[in-house]
Ligand binder design. Structure first.
Ligand code: F6R
Length: 240
């Protein structure tokens, strides 16, 4: 793993953007994450496209995950989050942005459809990841299969709690999701993982220095040959 240390969230966002910017012309399929961590990097991407310093017209995007039960029109869906934070400002056409359908009648079959879609696009060239404070990547919680495919998962209670900040209250947070599996994520050509803040420090340490174990799903990334971690000082504060 290549580790890039940043001073704080702003610096992490800039350094992560510099990594992405350099690779962008060669990326056809960009894997994206929701959550608070990548938003600063997305803002840099938006600015660069608006200033004509970057081009995304060739891109397809595939997101990691979506809550089950929320349609694309639901303000709390990850689709809406991405539309507001990235797809809208970038002017990406609907047919080039992809997330699992949270309101699919058969969520298991939707997982399979999403896997097939990724294959039909030629696979993910670069996957952007955040990390949960319990070490999850996507919504692959501790105990997940380390070679799993896109499927229906149960969210850990700490994840429901952490994500309640985007909802009116914790009861509204869906308890299940469709997520790319760890096996799916590991098939990406490259991985760019971002982490910021003290509450990620333990997960970051386990990911980089711990043994590869499903107790820390992000530790699976040690098996990938091309991972760049951009993390701020607080997120790296438990490293040896
Ligand atoms: C988001 C995702 C999650 C988040 C993680 C960190 O699509 O799959 O793994 O990356 O929960 O979330 P934030 O960035 O909000 O701390």
């Amino acid at each position: 793993m290549h580790i890039i240390e940043a001073a704080d969230y702003e610096d992490m966002s800039l350094k992560a953007w510099e990594v992405l910017q350099h690779k962008l012309p060669r990326i056809q399929v960009l894997g994206l994450a929701t959550g608070g961590t990548p938003v600063g990097m997305y803002d840099h991407l938006i600015k660069a496209v608006q200033n004509k310093q970057a081009d995304v017209s060739h891109l397809h995007t595939v997101n990691l995950d979506e809550y089950i039960g929320l349609s694309t029109c639901d303000p709390n869906s990850y689709y809406m989050f991405m539309k507001e934070k990235l797809f809208g400002p970038l002017g990406l056409p609907e047919d080039k942005v992809h997330l699992p359908h949270g309101d699919a009648e058969n969520p298991q079959a939707e997982g399979k459809r999403y896997e097939d879609l990724i294959q039909s696009l030629g696979g993910v060239d670069l996957q952007v990841l955040g990390i949960g404070k319990n070490g999850h990547i996507g919504f692959n919680e501790p105990g997940s299969e380390m070679d799993g495919r896109t499927s229906v998962v149960q969210l850990a209670s700490s994840t429901v709690e952490a994500n309640a900040r985007f909802f009116e209250n914790e009861e509204e947070v869906p308890k299940t999701a469709i997520t790319m599996g760890i096996g799916t994520i590991l098939e990406a050509g490259e991985i760019l993982l971002l982490a910021s803040g003290k509450n990620k420090a333990h997960a970051v340490k386990c990911m980089i220095e711990g043994e590869v174990t499903s107790y820390c799903p992000a530790s699976a990334l040690q098996k990938h040959p091309k991972v760049t971690v951009v993390a701020d000082r607080e997120a790296l504060s438990e490293m040896n």
